[in-house]
Write a protein that binds this ligand. Structure first.
Ligand code: SIN
Length: 311
């Protein structure tokens, strides 16, 4: 049986739905080159600020059996570095250029720089980093969310998506979708890590990471149900032109399948990629193909957003 894993987001055609989550294996050109050379369908760059940042104090990332905690604090090489990379790289697969600026006005400056550049790929405005000390996540301030989108679309005409934090209440899904549907967004990426969780080491009686007293974004298997819920809730509320990158808790091909079943157009992988490296993409694709063969689904479109309720 011939299996077609291709998918589309805006003008970008992906040979398969798998992408790295922003912040994983993507801070330097060397890492990005490894992703481009891998079997990933697309590549996301580390969320860039206008100026380079060294990020929060270490230890700022820890793996545990069910996932990870991080408070990286946006360590990155600065937007010019990533703009240079994406406008000069081997264009064999789509690139998603991620930006995240703790000062909202800097996001507008960043968008203007991208608008004025020759970059033609996807831009992802990260409104959900939980780890910048003293700065709340814009995605939880609905007035600020609407305002930044209003300002962004006044100056930006290229394909734009936003990275959202997880939401937990059906009224939040309604309210956020109502805002997003007012704008010509190309995609959303849902979810960022579950912000401000806490993991402790019972032996040392210490937090696993240092910044923010140990509070950090939780990823991995812990967050899969939240990711599935956010993808499905937004798929049933957003206009069909807004595509969805589903992120959260992917460890195997079945997890990829489930996110697409809930409505994802593409799937990004964070914690497991951090643990296993870019060869993971081949394993995930093989497992996804095997499952699709078993279920007689020749393409992603044949099961995307086809989740049925239990009875
Ligand atoms: C970080 O750099 O702190 C992680 C980025 C994010 O969660 O958006």
């Amino acid at each position: 049986m011939k299996i077609d894993l291709s998918t589309t987001i805006g003008p970008n055609q992906f040979s398969n739905p798998l992408i790295n989550a922003a912040g994983v294996w993507d801070e330097t050109a060397l890492e990005l080159d490894e992703l481009v050379a891998s079997t990933a369908g697309g590549v996301t760059t580390k969320s860039a600020t206008l100026e380079p940042r060294s990020g929060n104090q270490r230890p700022r990332y820890a793996d545990v059996a069910l996932g990870s905690i991080n408070s990286m604090g946006l360590p990155n090489q600065g937007l010019k570095y990533y703009l240079n990379y994406v406008t000069t790289h081997d264009a064999s697969k789509p690139i998603d250029l991620s930006i995240a600026n703790p000062n909202p006005m800097d996001n507008l400056t960043a968008l203007q720089m991208i608008q004025d550049s020759s970059f033609q790929g996807l831009t992802e405005l990260n409104l959900s980093c939980p780890n910048v000390i003293g700065k709340p996540q814009i995605g939880y301030d609905l007035a600020a969310l609407k305002q930044i989108l209003q300002q962004a679309f006044k100056l930006f005409t290229k394909p734009l998506g936003i990275k959202l934090p997880p939401y937990f209440d059906l009224q939040q899904f309604d309210a956020v979708a109502d805002i997003l549907n007012q704008f010509p967004l190309t995609f959303i990426n849902t979810i960022n890590s579950v912000g401000n969780g806490l993991l402790v080491d019972p032996t040392s009686e210490r937090t696993l990471i240092e910044p923010k007293g140990g509070f950090g974004g939780i990823g991995g298997a812990y967050v899969k149900p939240v990711a599935l819920a956010n993808v499905h809730a937004f798929r049933s509320r957003l206009k069909p032109t807004i595509k969805i990158i589903g992120t959260g808790g992917v460890r195997n091909g079945t997890d990829v399948f489930e996110l697409i079943l809930c409505g994802a157009d593409a799937v990004s992988v964070g914690t497991t990629l951090m643990q296993a490296g870019p060869q993971l993409f081949t394993k995930l694709q093989d497992e996804l193909i095997q499952l699709m063969v078993q279920k007689h689904y020749p393409s992603l479109a044949t099961f995307r957003n086809q989740l049925k309720a239990a009875h």
